[in-house]
Design a protein around this ligand. Structure first.
Ligand code: OAD
Ligand code: ZN
Length: 246
């Protein structure tokens, strides 16, 4: 593992453009439950029951109760060493951070040049698609005074500003993520690499000539396709890499 950390650190140190894709594993050490694997969120809840437009149409109160519960959990979590190091690296020009996480812990750690591919659990839009309500607004009130909450503009149902299964990513977010695959080093951290289009970014980066690396507790479907795969916690491995960058 030592050699891999050294070689990745050398690559990052010499790179003009670094792109980091993160997933739920980056927030695991903060206490945010991941989706898949042991204790994964989707083990107790079927995704198709909760994170789809159909589910929301059927039972908005149930979906909102689940999000209210997740907001409560996430609200008590702080950024960990992985978020802190990524935030520091993001201050360098040429660094882009693309996250699938909706917890906003990267934001709270001060990350610059951040693309939130799947939205934010702290933002809402209008379910009724009123014109003003198409632009997400922030609501960090804890607990939410009303579940389900209402659109601040038209008073109809609000929805979490999160990309659900079966929905498209925001065009500008996907475009920014695709642009960031043109880089010297592409690092994928703490994601199971099963949800597309995010999971395709590392392959795109490699096809475009990037040196690619994965940090994850375990092997994933992306491991065989990267130049370096390091098994370990992001909160442990990223500080080691950071210390090895000269
Ligand atoms: P997953 O829960 O699918 O995967 C989390 C990954 O993190 C697994 O591969 C774990 O092995 C790894 N992991 C766990 N703890 C770790 C640690 N301390 N350090 C490093 N790795 C660790 O989460 P995502 O890949 O992020 O969509 O899931 C992708 C999307 O699926 C999510 O964004 C979510 C979900 O549906 C939305 O919320 C829209
Ligand atoms: Zn509205």
């Amino acid at each position: 593992m030592h050699d891999r950390i050294e070689s990745l650190a050398a690559r990052i140190g010499a790179a003009a453009r670094v792109t980091i894709l993160t997933g739920a594993g980056v927030s695991a050490a903060s206490g945010v439950p991941t989706f898949r694997g042991r204790d994964g969120l989707w083990r107790q809840h079927r995704a198709e029951d909760l994170a789809t437009p159909q589910a929301f149409r059927r039972d908005p109160a149930l979906v909102w109760e689940w999000y209210a519960w997740r907001r409560e959990t996430i609200g008590g979590c702080r950024p960990n060493a992985a978020h802190e190091i990524i935030a520091r690296w993001s201050q360098r020009s040429g660094c882009t951070v693309v996250t699938q996480n909706v917890d906003d812990l990267h934001l709270r750690a001060g990350t610059r040049n951040l693309v939130r591919l799947h939205g934010s659990i702290w933002e809402q839009t209008c379910w009724n698609a009123c014109p003003e309500g198409a632009v997400a607004w922030r609501d960090e009130r804890q607990p939410l005074p009303e579940v389900p909450p209402r659109c601040v503009h038209c008073g109809s149902l609000a929805r979490p500003a999160i990309v659900w299964f079966g929905e498209s990513l925001r065009h500008e977010d996907l475009a920014a993520a695709m642009t960031a695959t043109a880089c010297d080093v592409f690092l994928t951290v703490g994601t199971s690499s099963v949800v597309y289009p995010a999971a395709g970014l590392v392959h795109e980066a490699r096809a475009r000539g990037a040196f690619t690396a994965e940090i994850n507790l375990e092997a994933t479907g992306a491991s065989d396709g990267v130049d370096v795969a390091i098994q370990g916690g992001a909160e442990v491995v990223l500080p080691l890499i950071d210390a090895a960058i000269r």
